[in-house]
Design a protein around this ligand. Structure first.
Ligand code: ADP
Length: 500
């Protein structure tokens, strides 16, 4: 047999048929068939072709292609071998089939497994430009196709999950600001879902104040921390006011430069309305409770005054207890009022300079009145001026102190310290009480979070003190935290930047 190829260069003349045959048989995934349509007789097959098709030279050479390999009539014209070979013969042009399925029976497993292939069908012409052979080279692409299918399947699953959660997804390229979002985003913002919305359109719909006070700070924070999270109001295209929540992550390149942000977005208007109703209720109830309480406090004062100095221990002790309970209740109500102000964005800071050490002493004196007999150690310090909201900072220190009293034994001392380090003030309150497990520590500053265990179940509280403290400190651009080992007591601290 002689091979006639269009590239039959001089060098090839020196090759004997035998050597040519060996070269062909060692070539990857190759089959040579005659251009004798419709039989397409198999002339030669390479070793790897036989291997991947689980066939032998004896069983296929000399046979028509479709006798050796059963024809799959379900394939489309683009992938059906008979159509493709016939076209090659008719046109004399090479045809590439990027992917088709042809399952191969394996004598080892006695099963035919799903296999995907790509193949090239190159015509070999004689001097009259007639197709005498077709060189069919195949590549097994089963792994690539199954990997691609797995990715598509994952994407599909993700899309079904996000659809079920009525969630929109978005992807923002930070270089050149490319933006892609899912059709659900259009629905949430009140646009028809068939066109891709530009980022500018969505940004223009975010409430202007929220854009400045929430979105931009969250974006800048995300570039530092890698996490993007915020809740804002949007004005839908149809004029409705809605609340949305977005959550995402930042992707960095090798040089740790942020390149992409991606995440999800949901409409939280219904939840937000519930929350607003609840806040309104808390605000109203606390406000209504404040008035009678102020009256009770005033009546107690009048009573004490009218009574004058008395040696009646019983009356003295009852009056003192009544005052203590009224103050406790006033603190609780103020806490609730602050909570509702904070949640509705009405908590205003009145910043002015003051001496933090003087404030700490006042707080210790005041909270000790409510917990008589407790020892608080605070070394007398020189003046240390900070600029902050004195009322709010005193609230934080009071909360730390009253918690230290609440969650430790009466006999154990509480230590307070204030230090200045690298332009920051650090105030800490340490007790030797019940301590906090690491898993609870990170949640303590969340709203209404209380540690539930045998040692805390009889101690009253609402779990809002530390939440308020953390919000207050964050608004002062400071940090707040806790260091504790269970049973080893706890140190609560906050830091504030000192502007010299
Ligand atoms: P409350 O004390 O009113 O429940 P807080 O927000 O002040 O609310 O505190 C939240 C929770 O943190 C408390 O319920 C308690 O479980 C825990 N906690 C706070 N301070 C301490 C402390 N010094 N030692 C141990 N646990 C504490």
């Amino acid at each position: 047999m002689r091979f006639h190829t269009p590239m039959n260069a001089n060098l090839l003349h020196d090759l004997s048929d035998d050597i040519f045959k060996i070269v062909f048989e060692k070539s990857p995934g190759s089959l040579l068939i005659k251009g004798d349509a419709p039989r397409f007789t198999i002339v030669a097959a390479s070793d790897t072709y036989l291997e991947v098709t689980a066939s032998t030279r004896e069983t296929i050479i000399g046979k028509g292609f479709f006798e050796a390999f059963p024809e799959d009539k379900t394939l489309t014209d683009d992938t059906n071998a008979r159509v493709v070979f016939t076209k090659v013969v008719e046109t004399g042009k090479k045809i590439y089939v990027p992917a088709y399925r042809f399952d191969v029976y394996s004598p080892d497993t006695k099963n035919s497994g799903i296999r995907y292939w790509s193949c090239n069908n190159t015509p070999i012409l004689n001097a009259d430009k007639k197709v005498v052979y077709i060189l069919n080279t195949v590549v097994d692409i089963t792994n690539e196709v199954t990997a691609r299918e797995a990715v598509a399947e994952n994407e599909n699953r993700l899309r079904m999950a996000t659809d079920a959660a009525a969630m929109a997804t978005w992807d923002l390229g930070l270089r050149g600001l490319t933006f892609i979002c899912s059709p659900r985003m259009n629905e949430i913002f009140g646009h028809p879902s068939d066109k891709q919305l530009p980022l500018e359109t969505l940004q223009a719909q975010v409430d202007a104040d929220d854009m400045k006070n929430v979105v931009l700070p969250a974006y800048n924070e995300a570039l530092q921390t890698g996490k993007y999270l915020y809740e804002v109001k949007i004005h839908r295209a149809d004029g409705l006011l809605r609340w949305i929540k977005t959550q995402g992550i930042v992707i960095y390149d090798d040089k740790k430069e942020p390149v992409r942000m991606l995440g999800t977005l949901i409409d939280i208007t219904d939840n937000k309305r519930d929350e607003i109703r609840k806040n309104d209720f808390i605000a109203m109830a606390s406000h209504e409770l404040k008035t009678p309480l102020t009256s009770i406090k005033a009546y107690l004062q009048i009573l004490s005054k009218k009574l004058g100095p008395t040696s009646d221990l019983f009356i003295n002790s009852i009056l003192q207890k009544a005052n203590m309970q009224v103050n406790k209740m006033a603190d609780l109500i103020h806490g609730f009022l602050d909570l509702s102000k904070l949640e509705s964005g009405k908590l205003q800071l009145k910043i002015k300079p003051f001496d933090i050490n003087k404030l700490i002493e006042d707080c210790i004196a005041e909270t000790s009145l409510l917990s008589p007999g407790r020892t608080v150690k605070f070394e007398q310090k020189t003046e240390l001026i900070v600029s902050a909201d004195i009322e709010k900072i005193s609230q934080v220190i009071d909360n730390f102190l009253s918690n230290a009293f609440k969650y430790s034994d009466k006999e154990s001392p509480v230590l307070v310290s204030s230090t200045k380090n690298n332009g920051n003030l650090r105030v800490s309150v340490t007790d030797k009480g019940i301590g906090i497990k690491p898993k609870d520590q990170e949640k303590l500053f969340q709203r209404f979070y209380r540690v539930e265990n045998d040692r805390t179940k009889n101690i009253s509280g609402f779990g809002i003190g530390l939440y308020l403290a953390s919000e207050i400190i964050q608004r002062h651009k400071g940090t707040i935290g806790v260091e504790s080992k269970e049973a080893g007591g706890a140190t609560f601290y906050f830091t504030l930047p000192i502007v010299e």
